[in-house]
Write a protein that binds this ligand. Structure first.
Ligand SMILES: [Zn+2]
Length: 88
């Protein structure tokens, strides 16, 4: 059984939980945490610059994936952080 990192961006809290959990709500604020892709290492919240830069890039790539799925005119998508290339 393997775990995933779940992150609450409001509390800047990381938790490791079973990968099969679909949603995990932050025990501090009750908001839904973001499940992080297994390939990625989330920087420590104490390293503010790295933390912010990571989340800027990761959330952007998640938005790009959604856009890619809903827009068939986008033929190819490159995601440098996730290190993948999608085609349709
Ligand atoms: Zn929280």
């Amino acid at each position: 059984m393997s775990n995933r990192t779940f992150a609450c961006l409001y509390c800047k809290k990381l938790q490791r939980k079973d990968q099969n959990i679909n949603a995990f709500h932050c025990p501090l604020c009750g908001r839904e945490s973001i499940r992080v892709h297994w390939k990625l290492h989330v920087p420590s919240p104490k390293k503010k610059k790295k933390w912010n830069s990571f989340w800027d890039r990761y959330l952007l790539e998640l938005r790009q994936i959604e856009e890619f799925k809903s827009n068939k005119n986008i033929r190819e998508l490159r995601l440098p952080l996730l290190n993948i290339r999608l085609r349709q």
